[in-house]
Design a protein around this ligand. Sequence first.
Ligand code: GDD
Ligand code: MN
Length: 374
Amino acid sequence: MPASSSLGAAPAIPRVSIVLPTYNERGNIEPLLAQLLPLKAHFDLEILVVDDDSADGTAELVRQLAHGEPCLRLIRRVGRAGLASAIKEGLLDATGDFVVVMDSDGQHQPSSVLDALTTLQQGDFDLVIGSRFHAQAQIQGLSGRRETGSTWANKLARASLPGYRQLSDYMSGFFALRLDRCLHLVRAVDVNGFKFLYELLAHSRGQLRVCDIPLSFQPRGYGTSKLDMAVLWDFGISILHTLCLRLLPRRAISFGLVGASGFLVQILVTQLVMLLGVTFAQALPVAVVAAASSNYLVNNALTFRFQRQRGLALLRGLLKFLLVASLPVLANVGVASAFYSYVAHNTFWAQLAGIVVVFVWNYAASSRFVWNTP
Ligand code: GDD
Ligand code: MN
């Protein structure tokens, strides 16, 4: 086993934490733990399972397994907050000097844990990424579609992270880090995204010493992937957020894009309703309400999905949203005409000023009053 000689003050047997995020992994977690626990022979080991209240009894099973296994700990959260947030929680709770994060569905292998820890212990790197796209990676069970998608996502990610162009997998679910070097960055990671690793890299702006090692990647055991449209959307927002120098809030970018889609809905609905033989003035209110409703539903499914309204609350939220969105119509007219009279005699800038005010109002007020977030 590698000695921790190059780390100076590090203890002879390094303290290692493994963070396992779980969401409906009951069928996978037991075999994985059986593979990981033998690592106790090499490390002062702690395993943290961060479960988002899985409906399949994952947490109950881990609780049982933890009896008689002091190195196993369960963190159970209620109100699913997503993968990135689960990883952040695990990293903040970890007591190891080195922490490994991996999928709990059997796709990542214990051999990769050893490889990553060996590299970290040599002391030249703060973060080691298990890469699916490393020339020596052993990949099974990554569908052609996923591979193409990941390859493109990777290109985008690389372009947005100038400090880390040498890396080959910016979205891996497998990575290991030195907590002393990374904790301050982990604390600040924005968890409104699936890809914790990308957020950590983006936030650290080239400060970390990072390398990648080949990952051995297997088909998932039981169950299905949680990667869905909303996750892809979050990823796109992350890239835009980085390209906007991380100045605009992520949610505001998402809210803005959804607003732009509402504009298209409005134009389309106006045309459709006018086909029925009504005038533009009659069609317009219908189209505006349709666009606002569409914005509400899409924001509920994407921008605010972790505060998502359901059932009756969905309807109540819609009414609130329409109310919130109707005030700025007046504000828009007011700001635009005031700008035109007092600031600049220019219709373009006047209207843009109106739109900016409406956007800020809609975003702030609906975050607060419709989805109850600050
Ligand atoms: N606690 C918690 N909460 N865990 C979650 C959640 C969540 O909301 N969503 C997913 N997980 C857990 C899963 O149980 C699994 O252990 C791990 O996170 C990865 O989720 P998968 O659903 O298996 O994702 P994937 O395999 O399709 O995606 C893989 O590739 C991505 C890059 O394209 C993973 O390796 C991801 O981590 C990686 O980002
Ligand atoms: Mn997986």
